[in-house]
Design a protein around this ligand. Structure first.
Ligand code: NAD
Length: 359
């Protein structure tokens, strides 16, 4: 079987880490037909949009993509291509596995946490009102009428959490747990304070959990979670969180297991998925053959699992783990003093050598 996959190189360090990953994925023996789709600033200059319809159509058609990071200009310029892709394709689940492999630069051992972040709601939905605008004042007046005095010079960001959005993300987390032999799902919230948004998230999560009696369910308040993660991360298995907490906690977990250089990710919708590293385009390192391609390679491993190529995924994980454990062919960020290290393409060669030496 040959898989047609959309390949989005992205910009900055994107093309280098994606190329390194393409090479190792091909070395697993799985056959790919890569449909390359360019997005970002350079495309914007050529065709007037950073996300051409052709790129979007390619992902819609192939239902699976491997993507490098894409720069979002600060303040001016176009809106985030990453957000546009997530919104257009309704990629409601952000999956961030965080696992320690012997040799990663981390004081922790035995961490194996799956962070499942809701991707479409919460304070990140972009429903905001600027201080002093007629709409902001109208809304504040309504709040004042129903809840008492509020400061008129307030800016407003609305936090909307729906039953629909919660049910689908918690169900995703439990289905993931079931399919991947996971034992426990923990819902993360601040329902003691935000009774109607996080409270809804928690009550829906409890309800969904009833449909999965073989999987343990518990809940934890987000500030306590952060403390517990730092003190004893090994107690957690699958975490499911609303958007904002998910964003923060997934970076915390990436830090626990060795940093951005090894933190993979996936954005998943109904029958459609984009696999990409957690890190951004790190423009200052672009074109230097310097950065760590492993986060993208681990994302490629997730893609193999998504394609049900479980044996190839395991072989790739083993090869990556072997290169990390040896500590010889790794980039600067994996070195104890954060200097030295081999280049991006050498990491690819080392992983390919490990794949070829497996019996
Ligand atoms: P970043 O992740 O690009 O880089 C921050 C720092 O992390 C780098 O300077 C580098 O020291 C380190 N780093 C990142 N990736 C690494 C790797 N593979 N190997 C070794 N070290 C690595 O974050 P940023 O500087 O905040 O963002 C740069 C751009 O990327 C911004 O335009 C941002 O919007 C964009 N971004 C895109 C995505 C995406 O495409 N999904 C995600 C995050 C940020």
């Amino acid at each position: 079987m040959v898989y047609t996959v959309t390949l989005i190189p992205g910009d900055g360090i994107g093309p280098e880490v994606v190329e390194a990953t393409r090479r190792v994925l091909e070395a697993t023996g799985v056959k790919f037909n890569w449909e390359v789709a360019e997005v970002g600033a350079e495309v914007m200059a050529k065709v007037g949009t950073p996300l051409p319809d052709s790129a979007l159509e390619s992902v819609k058609k192939n239902r699976v993509a491997l993507k490098g990071p894409v720069t979002t200009p600060v303040g001016t310029g176009f809106r985030s291509v990453n957000v546009a892709l997530r919104k257009s394709l309704d990629l409601y689940a952000c999956l961030r596995p965080c696992k320690t492999y012997p040799g990663v630069p981390s004081p922790y051992k035995g961490v194996d946490i799956i962070v499942v972040r809701e991707n479409t709601e919460d304070l990140y939905a972009g429903i905001e009102y600027e201080r002093g605008t007629p709409d902001a004042l109208k809304l504040l007046k309504l709040v004042a009428e129903t809840r008492g005095r509020v400061r008129e010079d307030s800016g407003i960001s609305l936090k909307l959490i729906s039953e629909f959005g919660t049910r689908r993300i918690v169900k995703y987390a439990f289905d993931y747990a079931r399919e991947n032999g996971r034992k426990k799902v923990t819902a993360v919230h601040k329902a003691n304070i935000m009774k109607f948004s996080d409270g809804l998230f928690l009550s829906v999560a409890r309800d969904v959990a009833k449909g999965y009696p073989e999987i343990e369910f518990n809940d934890v308040i987000v500030d306590n979670l952060c403390m517990q993660l730092v003190r004893n991360p090994q107690q957690f298995d699958v975490l499911v969180l609303p958007n904002l907490y998910g964003d923060i906690v997934s970076d915390l977990c990436a830090g626990l297991v060795g940093g951005l250089g090894v933190a993979p990710g996936a954005n998943i919708g109904e029958g459609i998925a984009i696999f990409e590293p957690t890190h951004g385009s790190a423009p200052k390192y672009a074109g230097q053959n310097k950065v760590n391609p492993m986060a993208t390679m681990f994302s490629g491993m997730l893609m193999l699992r998504h394609l049900k190529e479980y044996a190839a995924a395991s072989r790739l994980e083993k090869a990556l783990a072997a290169v990390i454990a040896e500590g010889k062919d790794v980039t600067y960020d994996m070195k104890p003093d954060k200097c030295g290290g081999v280049g991006t393409s050498r990491v690819a060669e080392a992983v390919i050598e490990k794949l070829r030496s497996q019996v």
